[in-house]
Every structure is written in structure tokens, then in C-alpha cells.
Design a protein around this ligand. Structure first.
Ligand code: PEP
Ligand code: MN
Length: 326
């Protein structure tokens, strides 16, 4: 739409899109609103929109994904959670234990996370474990984050702020759609064998349902390497930047699986242009019920935050404004 388009003109275009049987996705940007169309099986003749008042141009998106693209929204998406943001100038830190184990553990770690200035606390309540015999999480008794099945989203909506969809569920399409109908932002981890296109199409599933607050999280993929739990594909950060307006964060905890590698890879993640980090930290890593080997101690975590802030500061000395990467 033209920068001068009125709300009424935008509504009129949305109404036409819906009247011909498609879904309209109005996306306000810094200077203008773009309106995405989904639900069409093939190309649509865009000329029918060209003469509607307020329309600037009709652009055909030929890629398999549409709503995630810079074609639709040239400005980066900034996800707001309370007064914190991901994808704006702020360095977003999501930290906490792999799993919530007890009230004492959760509050001890939360205290350290808050001290560090991080704005997001993580802690799995339902853990997607490879083995059925390992700790599966406390369930409703703890704090909520990752949804492993659709019904979990209802509970996260009651208690949580961000819905995490984990690597093992990146192509759980009914879960993606359910999260797409939620008002909460969704943190979408990359599947352990997912190409960039598959990952972006998973984000597209969420957005196609009307939830545009998606944060991508690179957490490594499975390769032949045996020195790490996963191979942290940091090249995905600039690759996504070139295609998508969505914020991207890096998870060096699952990306390496080993505590001593977490800080170096966190530094690299920020240096490569990520909008933030997800870090696993525990008050007693040696006693952690899940992902013990990759959990940082509280003091290692505090040191990591100091180091990544210093790097971020070198990259964007004024601390805000969009980072120029890629
Ligand atoms: C987690 O964040 O604890 C988790 C299970 O991560 P992933 O889905 O990346 O394995
Ligand atoms: Mn974990």
C-alpha cells in the first residue's frame, strides 16, 4: 500500500482478498503496510488490485514461502514481549535451566538470569526426550515454555510469555498451526535435519494462521561431527537475514552440548549478527536432570553475558538502531 493509504483503504483491499476466497495478512511496516495473500493454489491475477485506492504495487512472491520474506516486509520484525524486544536494537538473552526441576532450582537460576540483565527466563516443563526412560519434565507444576503437543499451548497461554517449538517438533504441523492461532510469540527452533527452506516453511505455517511474531532459533543440525552434540550452523544467520524479516537467535547450548564450548560459540553467534542467544544455565549443573553437560554455572553464565555484550557494543556502539549485517 502507498505510505499515504488509509486504514479504510487497507480494509477494502483485505475485503476483496477475502471475497475471492483467500486469506489476507496485513503487515504494517515503518513506512507502509504490505498485505500478503495466502490460500491460493497458483498465481493470482494481481491486476484486480492495482486500481484499488491506496494500492502502490502488486508483487508476485515466487518463492515457496511468502509471509516470512523481505519481499513482503522489507523492515525487520521486532517481537515485543512486555517491554522487552527481540529483533530490534536490544540484544535478546533467553536464559535458564534446560528443565524446571524444583521451586528452589528455578528461583536460584532466575535470580542470576535477572541479575545479568537478561529479559527472558527459560525452563522446560515438558521435555522432549529421546529416551522414554529419562526425566520428562514436571508438567503443569513448573513454569511453562516448550509445547510438545497442542494441548500444552493452552497452558502456556495461561502462564507463559513465549511458546517454544523444539527441534523435534519443527515439522509437527498441527502444533505449528495451533501456535499460529495463539496471541503469544513463537520461538521456532531449527529441526536437527532441516534445511533452511524447511525451517522457513515451518515459520510460514505459523504465520499463515495469523501469528506474525515468530523468532527463529538456530540450535545446530546433525552432521558427521562427533566432537559436538550438533553442528551449530552459524551461516544460517546471514542466510536468513538475506531472505527474511524474522529475528534469529542462536542456541550454543544445544548447538554444542558441552559447557566449555558454549561461551565461544555464543560470542560467534553475536558476531555473526544474531538478534540474541538462548543459554542453558543451572545453579548445580552436575545435578541437572537434563542436559547437565552443557549447562553453564551461574558464574560462567555471568561472564558469557559480559563478553557478548562487549562484542555487541563493538558492532552497534549506540546500542540501538538496526544492525548492519549481511
Ligand atoms: C531445549 O531447548 O531444551 C530443547 C529441547 O531444545 P531442542 O529442541 O533444540 O533440542
Ligand atoms: Mn535442553
Amino acid at each position: 500500500m502507498k505510505p499515504s493509504a488509509t486504514a479504510r483503504e487497507i480494509d477494502a483491499v483485505v475485503n476483496v482478498i477475502e471475497a475471492i476466497g483467500f486469506r489476507a495478512h496485513p503487515m504494517p511496516g515503518a513506512t507502509r503496510t504490505a498485505i500478503g495473500i495466502t490460500g491460493n493454489q497458483g498465481p493470482i491475477d494481481g491486476r484486480r488490485f492495482e486500481n484499488l485506492p491506496g494500492v502502490a504495487e502488486v508483487i508476485r512472491v515466487t518463492k515457496p514461502y511468502k509471509l516470512i520474506t523481505l519481499d513482503l516486509r522489507p523492515d525487520k520484525t521486532m517481537v515485543r514481549v512486555g517491554d522487552a524486544t527481540i529483533g530490534g536494537g536490544e540484544l535478546a538473552i533467553i536464559a535458564g535451566p534446560c528443565a524446571i526441576e524444583s521451586r528452589e532450582q528455578a528461583f536460584a537460576v532466575a535470580e542470576a538470569v535477572k541479575q545479568s540483565g537478561a529479559r527472558f527466563f527459560r525452563g522446560g516443563v515438558w521435555k522432549p526426550r529421546t529416551s522414554p526412560y529419562t526425566f520428562q519434565g514436571l508438567g503443569e507444576k513448573g513454569i511453562v515454555t516448550e509445547a510438545v503437543e497442542e494441548s500444552h499451548v493452552d497452558l502456556i497461554e495461561k502462564y507463559g510469555d513465549v511458546i517454544q517449538i523444539g527441534a523435534r517438533n519443527m515439522q509437527n504441523f498441527s502444533l505449528l498451526k495451533r501456535a499460529g492461532r495463539s496471541k503469544l510469540p513463537v520461538l521456532l527452533k531449527r529441526g536437527m535435519a532441516a534445511t533452511l527452506e524447511e525451517w522457513l516453511l515451518a515459520a510460514e505455517y505459523i504465520m499463515a494462521e495469523g501469528n506474525y511474531n515468530v523468532i527463529l532459533c538456530e540450535r545446530g543440525v546433525r552432521t558427521f561431527a562427533q566432537h559436538t552434540r550438533n553442528t551449530l550452523d552459524l551461516a544460517s544467520v546471514p542466510a536468513i537475514r538475506r531472505i527474511s524479516h524474522l529475528p534469529v537467535i542462536v542456541d550454543p547450548s544445544h548447538g554444542t552440548g558441552t559447557a566449555y564450548m558454549v561461551t565461544p560459540l555464543a560470542r560467534a553467534g553475536i558476531a555473526v549478527g544474531a538478534d540474541g542467544l538462548m543459554i542453558e544455565v543451572h545453579n548445580q549443573p552436575e545435578l541437572a536432570l537434563s542436559d547437565s553437560a552443557q549447562a553453564l554455572t551461574l558464574s560462567e553464565y555471568a561472564q558469557l553475558i559480559e563478553e557478548v555484550r562487549a562484542i555487541r557494543c563493538l558492532m552497534a556502539p549506540d546500542g540501538d538502531g538496526p544492525l548492519k549485517t549481511a
